[in-house]
Ligand binder design. Structure first.
Ligand code: ADP
Ligand code: MG
Length: 344
């Protein structure tokens, strides 16, 4: 969730058509650059909407932050340590609910309760630590307590954790939730055509003039894109990258995506891209499928209701579901082999 990921993970490929009614804004949330483009409304209306978005993002940055004190999620996490019950606002409660839903849908592979483990690996910092050996014993002890979203009970606005190893961390789907909220806010203001990209994770609404929005999927191994897709309004294109946010210790690279079954970082998957109708779902699914890996992603995709997946592993293999494979466009002169697997 760092600014530099934003610049490179996915690129919204700009069209060259009529730019007259296009207004852009760049903002930050969760340390990630959010780029908003709206079309077809006068600049003053677009700018008024951007102010509202900035306020919302600021609140998310405080209340949904997994390690900077002062926000609501941190208050919930403090209560989890003691088993105390806390009242949670309407701003944050829907995310806890969604996290429970995605946990169930993904057979536990998307588990926003692993925050303590993510923190122990050193990822609750703007810069992951370099060099030092991770505290393996502490990590093993936390993993042995199996923190899970099933340990988080919601009763009205009251939330109670029954496992002190639970630490809520929305890092795996908060960008999607933020982009969904931004698009809904623009829509409520009568804006029909918009694209919002958070760290390269893209949500779309309407169209880019008389054509769809064209979205590039970044190649993790080289500058440029592996492929691009045309996104019809309402589609979200999310990529979970295992290659940009990691730590290195004793010659080993540890990624920030944790397999909740072991407490250990995921290996061998460089990136997973998902296209879905909701940003939060696409974001959660791209993380869950990265955990599932090459062998298990079709099963988890099916459970999560996802039919468009593109996965790149560290052996250079590119896997896709049939529906994704059918819509990929490759850069001139490139036609990589795609291993197509049904979602089942
Ligand atoms: P990014 O946002 O960097 O592209 P992801 O969407 O995959 O990547 O989110 C990764 C983040 O999700 C981690 O930094 C951590 O905060 C959180 N996380 C790690 N493992 C899991 C998991 N198994 N389930 C849910 N969230 C996770
Ligand atoms: Mg994600």
């Amino acid at each position: 969730m760092r600014a530099w990921i934003a610049a490179v993970l996915l690129l919204v490929l700009a069209g060259c058509g009529d730019e007259a009614t296009e207004t852009k804004s760049s903002q930050y949330v969760f340390g990630t650059l959010v780029e908003i483009t709206v079309r077809g409304v006068p600049k003053d209306r677009a700018d008024a909407a951007f102010v509202e978005l900035a306020e919302g993002f600021r609140r998310m940055h405080v209340d949904w932050h997994a390690w900077k004190p002062g926000g609501e999620l941190m208050r919930v996490n403090a209560a989890c340590k003691t088993g105390e019950t806390v009242e949670v606002s309407d701003f944050t409660l829907p995310l806890i609910r969604q996290a429970k839903t995605f946990h169930a849908l993904s057979d536990g592979l998307f588990n926003a309760a692993v925050g303590e483990i993510v923190g122990a690996w050193g990822f609750h910092a703007d810069e992951p630590p370099k060099g030092r050996t991770p505290p393996f014993d502490e990590i093993r002890a936390l993993a042995a307590q199996h923190p899970s979203m099933d340990d988080v009970r919601i009763d009205g606005h009251r939330v109670t954790c029954s496992n002190p190893a639970v630490g809520l961390d929305f890092g795996g789907f908060a960008k999607g939730a933020a982009v969904d909220w931004a698009l809904a806010t623009l829509k409520a203001r009568g804006i029909a055509d918009a694209v919002v990209s958070a760290g390269g994770n893209v949500g779309t609404m309407g169209s880019h003039g008389d054509r769809p929005w064209r979205i590039g999927i970044r190649d993790p191994k080289a500058w440029g894109v592996i492929a691009s897709v045309e996104a019809a309004g309402g589609e979200s294109v999310y990529t979970s990258g295992n290659y940009e946010r990691f730590r290195e210790a004793d010659g080993v690279r540890y990624s920030h995506i944790i397999d909740p079954r072991t407490g250990w970082p995921v290996e061998h998957i460089l990136s997973t891209t998902v296209i879905a109708k909701s940003g939060a779902l696409a974001d959660a699914a791209s993380t869950a499928l990265t955990v599932a890996g090459v062998a298990d992603w079709p099963r988890i995709a099916k459970r999560m209701g996802i039919d468009q997946v593109l996965m790149l592993d560290d052996a250079g293999h590119l896997y896709a579901s049939p529906k994704m494979a059918a819509r990929l466009a490759f850069p001139e002169g490139k036609r990589p082999e795609v291993i197509v697997r049904p979602v089942e």
